[in-house]
Write a protein that binds this ligand. Structure first.
Ligand code: UN1
Length: 476
């Protein structure tokens, strides 16, 4: 039996094409065979969202808020089973899966509030007897394209504000995580979302690129730099509003006065949890020479206690990487690092789990220099490199010497150094004595340089992307 994958105008439709969804912790476990949207169906999804746009934009903010709250409530009530699905298809541990589902629900609850809270401004005119009002209106149709690494949270933090502010959506999830995306569509339908307001097209990127980037009003994308650039070219050429969240090469700076256990936890969490498959992962661990050897020994020791294996087994800290391609990519970079002259202190080999899966022993390089490819290019796996520096000044320069600028962390006990870092690091997120990954759900998220393009996601700032302002003047 084939699973659905194409949801248009409130109906699950059949397609001649499908894809097998395989559990990366156990390649014998087929999560399902999901239908893949054809090119015509993708175009139809845009048409369906367009047809529903005016009606949805004119529903009351209360109605939109209620639907988002009901969806959040169902997610929380079913968090364990939803998390299990996320874990099976994305290779997350149970704690990571539950955490992600809860976060998705919190995001929807937040935007349920924003739907009734967002407003405009009245500004005095510079001329007599005129009033000026600045208000916000829905854009129309938004294409949402999401990756497999946070398959429900990222979907929620794009679809939530899109719907809250009166837009209709065409949602293209990663073809590696279709199951939870289809669940999300059903949850929204049960919550009362009218037909056509949210359309789902599981499908390949090439077809999506040809169909979902035209006749829409905005595109929100999270994924690779390469795909992001293609989307940018097409949307900008079509004068379509676009928001891109792409890669990172995030530094964690450990200074001589750092609390050692805190620094080690920040490094382990930031670099290896989620199998390093987070755009916010710390992949460059920049360590001052006075603490370097103690830090490396402590990190090595801590890593020896990490359990890697089938993600849903109890006691597992780190699950598999998502697929063979990603495993090969990580192993390829480990070879590159060796050839470049970094020392592989531990890990890097494929592990045999109790089930056949894509398990990679977390890899730690030491003796790296920042110009090495392993320190410049995003690997997106459990691979990190320690770079030794003389002091904070050199560390900050190294931290900023990257094409990316998403997240950056520092471990220090000095308030003045921490503040200098917050003011001078060229990133969208700065963390003091915290891992570079793992964020609150109600504040803006995004980066600089090659990491991000367009307005911020999440929190109150999301309204800037998902609405257009209107300035109206009245003479009285
Ligand atoms: C996190 O670090 O908690 O794709 C979230 C990603 C990011 C989200 C990171 N957009 O990894």
């Amino acid at each position: 039996m084939r699973n659905p994958g194409v949801f248009i105008g409130g109906e699950w439709l059949d397609s001649p094409n499908s894809i097998e969804n395989i559990n990366p912790s156990d390649t014998q476990d087929i999560v399902g065979t999901f239908q893949l949207a054809t090119e015509q169906q993708m175009r139809d999804a845009v048409g369906s969202a367009r047809a529903a746009a005016a009606g949805w934009a004119s529903t009351t903010t209360q109605a939109r808020s209620d639907i988002l709250s009901r969806a959040a409530q169902e997610m929380l009530a079913r968090k364990d089973s939803l998390a299990e699905l996320v874990c099976r298809e994305a290779g997350k541990t149970r704690a990571e899966g539950v955490g992600e589902v809860v976060r998705a629900a919190q995001v929807l609850n937040f935007f349920a509030g924003e739907a009734v809270r967002y407003g405009g401004e009245n500004i005095p005119s510079v001329r007599p007897n005129i009033s000026v009002q600045v208000s916000r209106e829905a854009l129309g149709v938004v294409t949402v394209i999401t990756p497999w690494n946070f398959p429900i949270a990222i979907a929620a933090w794009k679809i939530g504000p899109a719907l809250a502010f009166g837009n209709t959506v065409v949602f293209k999830p990663s073809e590696y995580t279709p199951a939870i995306a289809c669940e999300l569509a059903n949850i929204f339908s049960r919550s009362g979302l009218p037909a056509g307001v949210l359309n789902v097209v599981v499908g390949d990127g090439v077809t999506a690129g040809e169909t979902l980037l035209e006749n829409v009003d905005a595109v929100s994308f999270t994924g690779s730099v390469g795909t992001g650039h293609k989307i940018a070219q097409k949307t900008v050429a079509g004068m379509i509003r676009v928001q891109l969240e792409m890669g990172g090469k995030n530094p964690l700076l450990v200074l001589n006065d750092a609390d050692l256990p805190t620094a080690v936890e920040c490094a382990v969490n930031g670099a290896f949890f989620g199998a390093g498959q987070r755009c916010t992962a710390s992949s460059r661990i920049i360590v001052a020479e006075g603490i370097h050897d103690r830090f490396v020994d402590a990190l090595n020791e801590r890593m020896s206690k990490l359990t890697v294996g089938p993600a849903l087994n109890s006691g597992v800290d780190i699950g598999p990487v998502i697929n063979q391609t990603q495993l090969d990519k990580c192993r390829g970079y480990i070879e590159v690092g060796r050839r470049e002259g970094a020392e592989l202190l531990r890990g890097g080999g494929q592990l045999q789990g109790e089930t056949p899966g894509y398990f990679l022993d977390p890899a730690l390089f030491v003796g790296g220099v920042n110009s090495m490819r392993i320190n410049q290019e995003e690997i997106f796996g459990p691979v990190a490199c320690v770079i030794k520096v003389a002091d904070y000044e050199e560390g900050l320069n190294v931290a900023n010497d990257t094409p990316f600028g998403l997240s950056a962390g520092i471990c220090t006990q000095s308030i003045s150094v921490a503040n200098h870092f917050r003011n001078n690091i060229k990133s969208g997120l700065a963390m003091v004595n915290l891992p570079t990954a793992g964020l609150d759900y109600h504040v803006p998220f995004g980066g600089r340089k090659a990491s991000s393009y367009g307005p911020r996601e999440q929190g109150r700032y999301a309204v800037d992307f998902y609405t257009i302002t209107k300035t109206s003047y009245v003479s009285y």
